[in-house]
Design a protein around this ligand. Structure first.
Ligand code: ATP
Length: 595
């Protein structure tokens, strides 16, 4: 409990400041086949932000507000030059991340979790070792009361109003008491009353000794009075920094007095948009691109507090890998199982497909006249398993990704813990789905009623489903939107055409023959076919005078499906391992660098 009180007493402990000098951020165009162009987003800007203050970075759309916030918070790390200092000592953004939280513009929440569950998850993952159970409960209670959402404790996030959702998002970030809060457009989509309430709340948090830095388009006059410090940007340059009160004097001094009926910020923005002629350079020169602090509050107290002091046993994450996996799994399972429509579609699609497919290929399993159809059934069955597993993942994964990105950036858990929990929490669903599907099609198509054959047939389908799942993570990890959708259809295509249902290895060019042996789709077909027709199966029933394929050995041989089942499983598992490594590398890359 004392830790929590300590945060409220930051006030008495001294002040701290973050400053940046000559901060430059450029981006390179990535249009293929065109000469690479660079664009300067932040043009050697300087500035200073203080604890106990609510700082607003303002500017027109595209002026570089979010970029500045991203550069200081460490959300962007590439193509940035300049220095950032903490109480006059140079500091890395990695260090800033230790004591700060970043609130994204389009912050997403799981729809089917209650306020209480969000708070418990956040405090358990972020402060696992730091507090006892009672202390955690005390902190949650306190934060919810402070943010006025105690009455919504048991409501799902989808049932909260826009303002309540924003407050919940802030509450989640407060559980480990960050000393610095970066907020990108916290008032987006809020009406004027909720925006002002949100700003009041942030002001209170800054009064407790925190440094609150937010971006905002054009604040109202009421909000303006709450900001202790304003940092205005135009086209990547600083055009003002100081208090809102001093802005009028500043505008007077550059010969552009603010009309008395005007909100000075609106007027500054109009000047920045060249509505009264081009005065940009005058503004930038006057404020020395952020190096002039004449209009800011004078800080007579020393900046001495070291918010980075860590206990000697400090580790990157508060909870261990297994604890992170556990909490994440619980959260994933709760939100998956409560999302009834998605669960229903996911669960029923494979079963409905199984019934239709089983009826189409009814009784092909033990009739020599339909041996070729039996091979087609097995190939088609694997395709169904592939697409349903693949699609279920690329629907759920991209929607969760922005949440994971924020939480991982804010240091809640490691990428490997998230990846493991994601895979493990999907395991029961796929297992159940594929089991029911295999029972349906196996029985309807009249395959041999021998348990070991069914288990091998099922095993091939199950590992194949997991191969599809990891390929989906890889594709959605690398691409998004329509590209991922197109690739999902195309991903199986090369494996399909160079398989026994497309062409036989003996008939194709020798350079492709070895591909047949390692093609996981071909191996899964051969493995499933061997499961039902191999292992000394007796001759099939023949209802006609002559059946060419009544000997299972002949079918396996002619269709190149006689495979060592151990080898088949080895190939399928090898794909699983390779795809998992690939998928994890892509996700980690996306979490770490692709901001
Ligand atoms: N990775 C990028 N590649 C190309 N241009 C970029 C990139 N990131 C930012 N920009 C450009 O930099 C400029 C500033 O972007 P930024 O998002 O910082 O602006 P902003 O002031 O926060 O705008 P808004 O208020 O609309 O969010 C914009 O013109 C934007 O198009």
């Amino acid at each position: 409990m004392h830790e929590y009180q300590e945060s409220e007493n930051l006030n008495n402990k001294g002040r701290f400041k973050l400053a940046f000098k000559d901060l430059k951020y450029i981006v390179k165009s990535k249009v293929p086949f065109l000469k690479q162009k660079t664009k300067t987003i932040l043009n050697c800007v300087s500035g200073e932000f203080h604890s106990h203050e609510l700082t607003a970075i303002i500017g027109l759309s595209g002026s570089g507000k979010s970029s500045l916030l991203d550069c200081i918070s460490g959300f962007r790390v590439n193509n940035i030059s300049g220095t950032i200092t903490y109480n006059n000592d140079i500091i890395s953004t990695r260090k800033i991340k230790e004591v700060s939280s970043y609130f994204m513009q389009e912050q997403m929440l799981h729809k089917f979790l209650t306020v209480n569950e969000f708070m418990n998850f956040a405090i358990n993952v972020k402060c696992h070792k730091k507090f006892s159970k009672e202390e955690k409960e005390f902190r949650i209670e306190n934060i919810l009361r402070k943010l006025d959402i105690t009455n919504q404790r048991n409501s799902y996030s989808q049932d909260l109003s826009g303002g309540q959702r924003k407050r919940l998002q802030i509450a989640i970030e407060l559980v480990d008491d960050p000393k610095i809060l970066f907020l990108d457009e916290p008032t987006t989509n809020l009406d004027i009353v909720s925006s002002t309430q949100c700003m009041k709340l942030l002001k209170d948090l800054s009064n407790e000794g925190r440094m609150i830095i937010l971006t905002i388009h054009q604040p109202s006059a009421t909000m303006l009075t709450m900001f202790d410090h304003i940092y205005a940007l135009s086209a990547g340059n600083c055009i003002y920094q100081g208090t809102s009160g001093n802005l009028i004097e500043y505008l007077d001094e550059i010969g552009l007095p603010c009309p008395s009926s005007y909100n000075p910020i609106d007027y500054l923005m109009e000047i920045a948009s060249n509505e009264y002629g081009d005065h940009s350079q005058v503004l930038v020169d006057k404020i020395q691109n952020g190096s002039n602090f004449d209009y800011a509050t004078e800080h007579d107290q020393d900046h001495t507090i070291d918010i980075f002091k860590k206990p000697s046993d400090f580790v990157d994450y508060s909870s261990s890998y297994f604890q992170q996996v556990y909490y994440l799994m619980v959260r994933i399972l709760l939100s998956r199982f409560r999302n009834k429509s998605s669960l229903c579609i996911r669960f029923s699609s494979l079963i409905v497909m199984g019934i239709i497919f089983g009826l189409v290929y009814q009784r092909v399993g033990n009739n020599a006249s339909y041996s070729i159809d039996n091979i087609h059934f097995i190939a088609g069955s694997l395709c169904i398993v592939y697409f349903t597993s693949f699609h279920s993942l690329y629907i759920t994964f991209p929607t969760e990704f922005p949440i994971i990105k924020r939480e991982h950036f804010n240091g809640w858990y490691s990428a490997i813990a998230y990846y493991s929990s994601f895979i493990l929490s999907d395991f029961p669903l796929i297992l159940l789905n594929v089991t029911i599907y295999c029972i349906i099609v196996y029985l309807l198509t009249d395959q041999p009623r021998e348990l070991h054959r069914f288990l091998l047939f099922f095993g091939n389908h199950l590992v194949f489903a997991y191969d599809a799942q990891t390929m989906a993570i890889m594709v959605t990890g690398l691409f998004s939107g329509m590209v991922a959708v197109c690739l999902s259809q195309l991903s199986i295509f090369p494996f399909y055409v160079i398989s026994t249902v497309g062409v036989y290895a003996r008939d194709t060019h020798p350079i492709f023959t070895s591909f047949f042996r390692v093609n996981f789709f071909n191996v899964a077909i051969a493995g499933s076919t061997t499961s039902v027709l191999g292992m000394n199966r007796t001759k099939l029933r023949c209802d006609e005078l002559y059946c060419h394929f009544n000997d299972p050995k002949k079918i396996l041989h002619d269709f190149e499906c006689d495979i060592d089942l151990l080898y088949a499983f080895k190939v399928l598992f090898a794909y699983l391992v390779v795809c998992h490594i690939g998928a994890f590398v892509f996700i980690r890359y996306k979490l770490k660098y692709k901001h």
